[in-house]
Design a binder for this molecule. Structure first.
Ligand code: KIV
Length: 277
């Protein structure tokens, strides 16, 4: 999206669903990052990120779960609320965690309503294709924007046999295209494509009117998303498709060491940090 009078921060002042389609029509790349708390939400929002995804990747990134699978709705909601309350411009999307939506459209709607009512999110995201068209349609009819998620879907990691590229070969690629169209026809406002060969992602992007947001899907998509800890260099490991745009983990470590040393050496607090009366 193009720049405004605030240096470096793009228009509009609040990103809404119609801006996503308009950005696609204008070939303006969309930016999305995960956020799980108010501290990061403020920084990413002020930096002009268009969409903040409160991903179920909170599980393995923040809550020390081994994967996204154990994450519960009750763990998600405080994070969604913190991000939604903080972001002034970004469109805030809440992920529906494993087990909280699959059983039926009504199940999905009930969890999505909680994400908007208690979490104040603007939209929800959930993983799956054609078989979830009814879920997408019911949420959409109820006024809840839905972002789809196709390709490698981490909640199905056990079924998929690990973190593997999806959509390889003609038949699998065609299935992805069919799934993407089904989500669009049901009312989805965007689709995340995770770990998909670049030509397949490009084809889906071409056939859809709604934006595709890639993560490990190559450059020919309408936008990109990364898990923020991978983007900023916070973790000890990050996937091949992620690029590290900073070394925030190293800086935090260094600041922590300086603080601990100053306390141990009685150099903190100094007179300027001390109340005498
Ligand atoms: O939970 C998450 O962070 C996600 C992204 C990988 C798209 O779903």
């Amino acid at each position: 999206m193009p720049a405004t009078d605030t240096p470096g921060v793009p228009v509009p002042h609040r990103v809404r669903v119609h801006h996503l389609r308009e950005a696609k029509q204008r070939h303006e790349p969309l930016t999305m990052l995960t956020a799980y708390d108010a501290v990061c939400a403020r920084i990413f929002d002020e930096a002009g990120i268009d969409m903040l995804l409160v991903g179920d990747s909170i599980g393995d990134n923040m809550l020390a779960h081994p994967s996204t699978i154990p994450v519960t709705v009750d763990e998600m909601i405080p994070a969604v609320r913190a991000v939604s309350r903080t972001a002034k411009r970004a469109f805030v999307i809440a992920d529906l965690p494993f087990g909280s939506y699959e059983a039926s459209p009504a199940h999905c709607l009930a969890t999505s309503v909680r994400m908007l009512k208690e979490g104040h999110a603007h939209a929800v995201k959930f993983e799956g294709g054609t078989h979830l068209s009814g879920h997408v349609a019911l949420c959409t009819r109820s006024g809840i924007p839905v972002v789809g998620h196709l390709g490698f879907t981490p909640q199905a990691e056990n079924l998929l046999g690990g973190k593997r590229v999806q959509g390889r070969g003609n038949a699998a690629a065609e299935r992805l295209v069919t799934d993407a169209k089904a989500l669009q026809d049901a009312g989805a406002v965007a689709v995340v494509l995770e770990m998909v060969p670049a030509p397949v992602a490009a084809r889906i992007t071409e056939v859809l009117e709604i934006p595709t947001i890639g993560i490990g899907a190559g450059p020919d998509v309408d936008g990109q998303v990364l898990v923020w800890t991978d983007m900023a260099g916070m973790g000890s490991w990050s996937p091949r498709f992620a690029r590290q745009f900073g070394s925030v983990g190293d800086e935090l470590f260094a600041a922590t060491r300086r603080y601990a040393a100053a306390v141990r050496e009685r150099q903190f607090p100094g007179p300027e940090h001390t109340y005498q009366s």
